[in-house]
Design a protein around this ligand. Structure first.
Ligand SMILES: *Cc1c(COP(=O)(O)O)cnc(C)c1O
Length: 372
């Protein structure tokens, strides 16, 4: 994304000459004597300069027309699901961020129907489509099993059946994968992960490909729904995004080296990382991603007990949930997901920016405990 830096530098402050835009915390804005507003800024929930800059940056990076920032990706997902008429049917991945299924079953149990499908199998996707199917929700790579869904093929299915195509692009960011090229209508991001990248902001974003009636409805859901991103979080996220390209390069490099090391380790049953040539959908990943990201999962020999033992012993990898920060994290996903299909021996690794040798040494010593 060669001209993103140009884009960022144009966001500089105009009044002071500072190279950064100031943080604007005003909740309300001056009204002219004739009742009009300058720059259409009225009230903080409707719009704010910092939020607007971040929205423009995401729309730019994804190649979309507009973007809407929310207080979290879950708030953004809630708004997306509110686009659907009652009794709509939604197809979601069988492996993916568990919060989408949780919203569908806990918040919309009466009004929306959904099916969970293994989206690596396109026949299953076709077969799950009903007359009232209005949305296919894709997460690729998926989390925590790192399955890859063919975006181009899902795009064709959605176009054929006139179904809204939503992609959660959190794991890849627009720098590694561009879902609009494959016909996605809406892209979701958790800013909380790689985009901000420093484990200190909660936020979400919806990006729209085209100017359709969805644009006004998203704006309404943001402004009237009120689950908006704060100016400070927007400002912080733009700060984080200034190093996104650099960080991602290192996340990908570290994850790839670690995946290669782990795939030959005798205590590991399976390494799930789309960059490995042995990954089931490696060829699709190569086609639609420019690199394979910083997240990987390992299945440890010896079941849940062995997995718990390994995560208990890491010193460099921090035991914590979430992903996309500078620090490496390790997590036993099955014990935090409700009604999970995640293998009991799976550990998810969010590979950070440390020296990769430290990370390899850390996992080596933790896995050694299994020999004891
Ligand atoms: C974390 C995450 C979310 C939810 O993000 P929040 O900002 O915590 O609401 C959604 N999708 C993916 C892929 C995630 O990793």
């Amino acid at each position: 994304m060669n001209n993103f830096d140009t884009f960022l530098s144009q966001l500089g402050a105009t009044e002071s000459g500072g190279v950064l835009s100031p943080l604007d915390l005003s909740t309300t804005f001056h009204r002219n004597a004739d009742g009009s507003y300058n720059d259409e800024l009225v009230y903080i929930r409707n719009d704010n300069p910092n939020r607007r800059q971040l929205e423009q940056a995401l729309a730019f990076l994804e190649g979309g027309t507009d973007a809407f920032a929310f207080a979290s990706a879950q708030a953004a997902t809630l708004a997306i699901l509110h686009l659907l008429p009652a009794q709509s049917h939604v197809i979601i991945p069988d492996d993916g961020y568990f919060g989408v299924g949780a919203l569908l079953s806990e918040v919309f149990p009466e009004s929306l129907l959904f099916s969970k499908v293994d989206m690596t199998d396109l026949k299953q996707v076709e077969m799950a489509i009903k007359p009232q199917t209005r949305m296919i929700w894709v997460e690729t790579p998926s989390n925590p099993q790192l399955k890859i869904t063919d975006l181009g093929e899902i795009g064709k299915i959605c176009a054929r059946h006139k179904i809204l195509f939503v992609v959660d692009n959190t794991l890849s960011t627009p720098l590694l994968q561009q879902p609009f090229r494959y016909g996605a209508d809406l892209i979701l991001h958790s800013l909380t992960k790689y985009l901000n990248g420093h484990s200190d902001v909660l936020g979400g974003m919806v990006v729209l490909r085209e100017k359709t009636d969805l644009q006004e409805r998203m704006k309404m859901l943001q402004k009237i729904g009120g689950g908006v991103l704060s100016p400070f979080s927007a400002w912080m996220t733009l700060r984080g995004m200034r190093t996104l390209a650099l960080r991602l390069r290192k996340h990908c490099e570290n994850a790839s080296l670690l995946a290669n090391y782990l795939s030959t380790h005798p205590q590991i049953e399976r390494v799930l990382y789309p960059g490995l040539s042995g990954h089931l959908e490696h060829e699709i990943a190569k086609k639609q991603m420019t690199d394979f990201g910083g997240l990987l999962s390992i299945c440890v020999k010896g079941g849940a007990e062995a997995a718990m033992k390994v995560q208990a012993q890491t010193k460099c990898f921090v035991r914590a949930t979430s992903l996309g920060g500078t620090e490496s994290l390790i997590e036993h996903r099955a014990s935090v997901e409700i009604g999970t299909q995640t293998p009991q021996n799976l550990l998810r690794l969010s590979v950070g920016l440390e020296d990769v040798q430290d990370l390899i040494d850390d996992l080596r010593q933790a896995l050694q405990q299994l020999d004891a």
